[in-house]
Design a protein around this ligand. Structure first.
Ligand SMILES: *[C@@H]1O[C@H](CO)[C@@H](O)[C@H](O)[C@H]1NC(C)=O
Ligand SMILES: *[C@@H]1O[C@H](CO)[C@@H](O)[C@H](O)[C@H]1NC(C)=O
Ligand SMILES: *[C@@H]1O[C@H](CO)[C@@H](O)[C@H](O)[C@H]1NC(C)=O
Ligand SMILES: *[C@@H]1O[C@H](CO)[C@@H](O)[C@H](O)[C@H]1NC(C)=O
Length: 374
């Protein structure tokens, strides 16, 4: 089933997209599932606003509250511009390097917040293919400033004038923002790849990292530490398997998986995926302050979710899945108190405090859920 278009078909307007999705669904006779997704998304909705806040043309600003990203709406209403980018129609890998400025350096004492985004203009009914690239964030002790390098490649020299990278910096807020833009002009059979490398002199150099790209894998390498982290991709994946440390954290993916290890989490975590699985292990949870409440909130329409949290994390849990198995396990099984296990939902609390404010809420429309306190 297609949540996102995978061809170069013209479909800029959301109505058109919805129609197309629905038509193909009916054709494949998976009506029931679509209905489930729609119900689920309206009920638990979250994608639209996240997408708007991430991919819209609003002025760039660092995300101050992950909660801002996570509100209500409907999965089928993805930002149409991003959807039109979501295709892999390149027959030959682009090889012409972008000739504009593509390397940026800054002092993270002055700019502790970095935003890297892709905001490409709408073009009349047609879009340029962006093949999947990779964005990697890593520590490099040999440098003294943060270095962001974009590797854009084109299959057509004419694209040089279509794409550019915009820099905005604010000494007062400490935000350094880089945005890949395109003017929306259409070139027949045009194809672009975008790779990004972000090197930080110290794993803790950046307090805030806010990345959103359309077709990209995003890899966060070993030991990186953030106070706030927001990562969004339309088609791709997010990987932090070497272990990161973070405060307020949000991962949003339309199509693709989120997987990795959080060595220490000190604030809320939100994961929202339309089509793809989640596999996250959190080794330690240390609330930022005594009063910090830790909600872990994971939602997927189509895909399974596996979450591991430490066995000392007292919390309520609520697992909702319409079609898959729901399991709660622990290395200390007597700490699991199941309160309800009705159709579609398993809930209860873990630990000795039934009134704990910490919570784990996981919902999946089609897929299984595994929660383990280990
Ligand atoms: C959903 O994810 C699966 C597994 O990654 C993939 O094979 C499938 O193409 C995706 N569906 C769409 C509509 O992209
Ligand atoms: C970065 O800025 C701080 C404070 O302004 C300054 O002390 C430091 O030397 C700068 N570092 C580099 C590598 O320029
Ligand atoms: C988690 O789910 C429970 C039960 O469905 C709900 O009462 C609670 O408000 C949810 N918590 C969050 C943080 O969404
Ligand atoms: C629901 O999940 C199952 C198991 O992963 C998968 O085989 C099936 O294709 C999914 N249903 C739809 C309509 O995507």
């Amino acid at each position: 089933m297609a949540l996102l278009p995978t061809t170069t078909e013209e479909c800029q307007r959301i109505e058109c997209y919805k129609n197309r999705v629905f038509k193909s669904k009916y054709r494949r006779q998976v009506f029931l599932f679509v209905l489930l997704i729609v119900l689920f998304s309206v009920q638990n909705g979250y994608h639209q606003d996240i997408y708007n806040s991430i991919f819209s043309d609003a002025p760039v600003q660092a995300m101050k509250n992950v909660q801002d990203l996570v509100t209500t709406s409907d999965i089928l209403a993805f930002n149409q511009n991003q959807m039109s980018q979501a295709n892999w129609g390149c027959s030959v890998k682009p090889f012409i390097p972008y000739s504009g400025l593509s390397k940026f350096e800054f002092n993270s004492s002055q700019f502790p917040e970095l935003s890297v985004k892709q905001k490409t203009s709408r073009n009349r009914g047609k879009s340029i293919s962006i093949t999947s690239g990779e964005a990697t964030v890593l520590e490099d002790k040999s440098i003294s400033k943060v270095v962001v390098e974009f590797d854009l490649k084109f299959n057509n020299e004419g694209l040089q004038d279509t794409y550019w990278i915009e820099k905005e910096e604010s000494a007062t807020t400490g935000l350094y923002a880089l945005t890949i833009r395109s003017d929306g002009s259409y070139i027949e059979n045009a194809c672009v790849t975008i790779d990004v490398t972000i090197r930080v002199p110290n794993a803790k150099s950046l307090e805030v990292l806010d990345i959103s790209l359309s077709n990209s894998g995003i890899i966060l390498k070993k030991g990186l530490t953030f106070e706030q982290l927001a990562v969004a991709v339309a088609n791709g994946y997010v990987d932090f398997s070497e272990g990161i440390t973070s405060g307020q954290t949000a991962f949003v993916v339309a199509n693709g998986r989120v997987s990795g290890v959080i060595d220490t989490l000190s604030d809320e975590l939100h994961v929202s995926i339309a089509n793809g699985s989640t596999d996250i292990a959190i080794k330690n949870i240390k609330p930022l302050t005594q009063d910090t409440v830790i909600p872990l909130d994971l939602k997927t329409s189509n895909g399974r979710i596996s979450l591991k949290v430490p066995s000392n994390f007292d919390s309520t849990f609520s697992l909702k899945s319409h079609t898959g198995r729901r399991t709660v396990e622990s290395s200390i099984p007597q700490k699991i108190h199941r309160e309800s296990n009705r159709r579609g939902q398993t809930s209860g609390y873990y630990g000795n405090n039934e009134h704990t404010k910490n919570s784990i809420n996981i919902s999946v429309s089609n897929g299984s859920i595994q929660l383990a306190y280990v």
